[in-house]
Design a protein around this ligand. Structure first.
Ligand code: ADP
Ligand code: MG
Length: 252
């Protein structure tokens, strides 16, 4: 066992009377890890807590051995941990090229204003950002729509843009919230191939997915959440045959 890249310990989160996270704990090792669980289990809330979009009521989040609990999303991103959203968050009026070039600054919490008023390094940074935007678009096969407003992309292209935007921040770990939801089988396979390639380049992923067969094939570990807690975690083969997991999914 290697050192975990991410450790979540005893995380609680309530919304009024609803307990979304009820003392959830797990470790994520480098590589590709799946996160499954029925609707309402607390998966997206967990992503929000890990990446600083929500503060937990209790518990801690450690990334690469450092406590990041309660840090702002931009500070978490700077440390190399970013997420994508179940509903993609691109800027619909801007082109794909602009969305990609802005991604690193966006994650750092710099608005357009800071971008425009930056000093000497700006022109060089800007050329760099433009070059990387094009490279990333080529990698994900969205270079033919570089000058199309993001709002006009197909659902699948938006998913690829969202992934490209996350990677442009130079992350170590990317949390993907249902990256395959609503995606056709061809694109699903392409996205999974990308994740596999990116993993061999040293990126790690924690991704929320409902299809246990996809998890079995692509994840070294799987974490199962249920009612705000971790039901079990480990080897996908063992998890799939776990009676508690079968019950949770069948509503038992
Ligand atoms: P999952 O992603 O596993 O489907 P969520 O984390 O979205 O689950 O939701 C967990 C629980 O928390 C659900 O009962 C959901 O209705 C509730 N919840 C999530 N976000 C909010 C919010 N912002 N306000 C109130 N309740 C919320
Ligand atoms: Mg969700």
């Amino acid at each position: 066992m290697t050192d975990p890249i991410l450790s979540v310990d005893g995380v609680e989160k309530r919304f009024g009377g609803i307990t979304a996270l009820d003392g959830a704990s797990f470790d994520v090792e480098p590589g590709i890890t799946g996160l499954i669980g029925p609707n309402g289990a607390g998966k997206s809330t967990m992503f929000n807590v890990i990446t600083g979009f929500l503060s937990p009521d209790a518990g801690t989040v450690e990334f690469r051995g450092n406590d990041i609990t309660g840090l702002r999303p931009s500070a978490v991103a700077e440390r190399g941990l970013v997420r994508t959203f179940q509903i993609p968050h691109e800027l619909p009026e801007m082109t794909v090229r602009e969305n990609l070039a802005l991604a690193p600054r966006d994650q750092r919490g710099e608005g357009l204003f800071t971008t425009w008023t930056r000093g000497d390094g700006y022109a060089r940074d800007e050329r760099n950002a433009q070059r990387r935007a094009v490279e990333m678009a080529e990698r994900f096969d969205i270079d033919h729509v570089l000058d199309t407003p993001a709002g006009e992309l197909s659902g699948g292209q938006r998913k690829l843009l969202e992934l490209a935007r996350a990677l442009l921040t130079d992350p170590d770990l990317v949390l993907l919230d249902e990256p395959l939801a609503g995606v056709n089988p061809t694109l699903e396979n392409r996205i999974l191939d990308h994740l596999q390639d990116l993993e061999s380049e040293g990126y790690s992923f924690l991704f929320i997915e409902h299809d246990i067969d996809v998890i079995m094939e692509h994840c070294q570990e799987v974490i199962v959440m249920h009612q705000g807690r971790v039901l079990t975690a480990g080897d996908p083969e063992d998890v799939r045959s776990d009676d508690r997991v079968i019950d949770a999914y069948l509503g038992g």
